[in-house]
Ligand binder design. Structure first.
Ligand code: F6R
Length: 615
């Protein structure tokens, strides 16, 4: 992960770098650093922890740094070496002249390190990045040409990287390159910005170049930009107009972004619905799907690949598509998919699901399936992302920027996209009767107001959550289409409260997990009316018989529940098929209120990052 920024122009660079890094905090936040060109040298400033700590360091050196107008910066999510000042970027070569910031993983760093140590280079950090600093410096010492040294070093590096490099002998130059990691150059008037992502510079310019893998960009203060391909041949880069508006990210009065984003969910669904379903009797419009009727009918398999929360949306997607479209669907974690000899061909539709559109494992999986001839459909919240660029069909979920690291609104938007996609394909394939289709569309149209009803009763959910805030473990059980909801509810709780929460298909309890149950263990049963209601009720009885603390999340008015459960969270009635859209909302709130009550850093939980660009 990690975020990179760079600037070269006439403005004071410190503010630009700090503002840029702030926008990239979603990529990591365990340490940060900048390298600034000052009157006589390049100075490096670093701090462990959140960006505020780096801000304090720079404030203490204001007189040295305030006139600088060239610099690079970095915000880190540790991969190699603990979060510490010494492991924070920028890293400096032994000669002290070259500094570098890096996002990605250098896979052959151990070999490079050995080779460089044998030559006498001394390493200060445990990072993979430092080997690249010494490698480029070593080559530069021989060829005396910085871009050439970067090209030559790139040929020796294995892995993924986006790099920005500065050198004392070229005080007004930044060299940048990338492979399998994002790097964008913002083109201003007489100034250039370099960043891992657009928000870092969008308030300054909307013109940008998406650097391609293995290209090397040389950005100079004389207002020149040179881009070379991997062989060093100059190419004319495509300057794109970004379809972005600068957004000021505000909590709008909520204590945390997560709570605000949970509250945005009804409107997000309304937005997605606009133009796609007008009424329960009109056809679904999904122009984004570029599969013609013939190819759609010929599909014999769908594979959905994703990670984390997106994987849970994908798992529910399987239930939805198989039920409505009668096509077999396999769902797999991208990190597993890429190391398997999967049966994927031209008749397989491969769906990649990713909030960020940058997740390395999913991106690799998508590229692999593309080579095998599959149609690639991407469901993402970032239509400008690397995954979106690989898409044959792009379903942009339009949830707006999600700041909180724990995904909430992007999840519900992904889930909703699966309903639309499945209904659309079912209409074309004729696999569902007209009457059922219109019932489902009617229910879909009702979802925003049902979610609003849950949010109106959030105080009750808060009270319930607080009762369980001091537990060490938490079990979520469900069956059928809500089994992935149990997984997602548990993931939300563990990632922001650090409570050991696990989701199980309730039928599996008796095959092992039931051994853990006693009077200390909360068991939350996602008990939605429908085909598995009675079965899940029996599984809940089994848990109650082991003295577990029982909580029901239900749309049932069944009186029996009052005896069985210690706490009952009621949600509006909804068809079983659509219930994951409703049942997830109280689970997001429970996770939020427990973490908030425990005083955790809700929006930026430890060890996590919003965009996982390392495998
Ligand atoms: C959890 C969460 C992660 C992501 C996962 C995949 O709240 O957000 O589990 O879902 O890292 O990320 P994307 O969806 O960007 O591919």
């Amino acid at each position: 992960m990690c975020g990179i920024v760079g600037y070269i122009g006439d403005k004071p660079v410190v503010d630009i770098l700090l503002e840029g890094l702030e926008q990239l905090e979603y990529r990591g936040y365990d340490s940060a650093g900048v390298a600034l060109k000052t009157a006589s040298s390049i100075n490096v400033y670093k701090a462990q922890g959140k960006l505020g700590n780096l801000r304090d360091v720079l404030t203490a050196h204001l007189s040295e740094v305030s006139h600088s107008s060239v610099g690079i910066g970095h915000i880190r999510w540790a991969t190699h070496g603990a979060p510490s000042v010494v492991n924070a970027h920028p890293h400096t070569s032994n000669c002290g002249d070259l500094v570098i910031v890096h996002n990605g993983i250098i896979e052959n760093y151990k070999e490079l390190r050995q080779e460089l140590e044998d030559k006498g280079y001394v390493f200060k950090s445990q990072t993979d990045t430092e080997s690249v600093a010494h490698l480029i410096a070593d080559i530069y010492a021989q060829v005396k040409d910085l871009p050439k040294a970067v090209h030559m070093a790139a040929k020796k590096i294995q892995g993924a990287y986006a790099l920005c490099i500065m050198h004392n002998e070229f005080p007004d130059m930044i060299v940048a390159t990338k492979r399998n990691a994002p790097l964008i150059i913002g083109v201003g008037s007489g100034e250039y910005f370099i960043a891992s992502d657009v928000p870092a510079f969008i308030k300054h310019t909307k013109k940008a170049i998406y650097l391609k893998d293995n290209q090397v960009a040389v950005v100079q203060k004389s207002s020149s930009l040179l881009v070379e391909d991997e062989n060093g041949k100059q190419v004319t880069p495509k300057i794109e107009e970004l379809p972005w508006e600068p957004v000021s990210l505000s909590k709008m009065g909520y204590k945390h972004f997560m709570l605000k984003e949970i509250h945005e969910q009804p409107d997000i669904i309304r937005n997605i619905l606009t133009g796609k379903i007008k009424s329960s009797s009109s056809e679904i419009v999904l122009d984004e799907v570029n599969l013609n009727v013939d190819s759609l009918k010929k599909l014999n398999r769908i594979q959905v690949i994703a990670c984390g929360t997106s994987l849970h949306a994908a798992m529910i997607g399987k239930y939805i598509i198989e039920d409505l479209c009668r096509i077999p669907v396999d769902v797999e974690a991208s990190s597993e998919y890429i190391y398997r000899n999967t049966v994927t061909d031209e008749q397989t539709l491969v769906i990649g699901v990713s909030q960020s559109g940058e997740t390395a494992d999913t991106l690799t999986a998508i590229k692999q399936s593309k080579v095998r001839g599959s149609h690639i459909l991407i469901i993402t919240n970032r239509p400008d992302s690397a995954m979106a660029r690989e898409a044959d069909s792009l379903l942009s979920v339009n949830a707006g920027i999600e700041v909180s690291v724990a995904a909430t609104k992007s999840y519900i938007a992904q889930l909703f996209s699966f309903y639309l996609l499945a209904l659309y394909m079912a209409e074309i394939k004729g696999t569902v009767e007209e009457e059922k289709l219109s019932e489902l569309k009617f229910e879909l149209l009702m979802l925003p107001q049902k979610i609003e009803q849950i949010l109106t009763h959030k105080d009750d959910i808060q009270k319930c959550a607080r009762k369980y805030a001091n537990t060490r473990d938490f079990i979520y059980i469900a069956r059928g289409i809500n089994y992935p909801t149990a997984l997602e509810g548990a993931l939300k709780l563990k990632e922001i409260s650090y409570i050991n929460a696990t989701g199980y298909p309730a039928g599996e309890l008796k095959h092992g997990p039931i051994a853990m149950l006693d009077e200390t263990m909360p068991v939350l049963s996602i008990l939605m009316n429908g085909s598995v209601y009675e079965k899940l009720l029996s599984n809940s009885e089994e848990a109650k018989a082991r003295n577990a603390r029982m909580i029901a999340l239900t749309n049932s008015t069944d009186k029996k529940l009052d005896e069985l459960f210690d706490d009952i969270i009621r949600v509006p009635d909804v068809a079983e098929f659509l219930s994951p859209m409703i049942s997830i909302v109280p689970l997001q709130l429970i996770a939020y209120y427990i973490a908030e009550f425990l005083g955790k850093d809700v929006d930026q939980p430890r060890n996590l990052a919003k965009s996982v660009t390392v495998e």
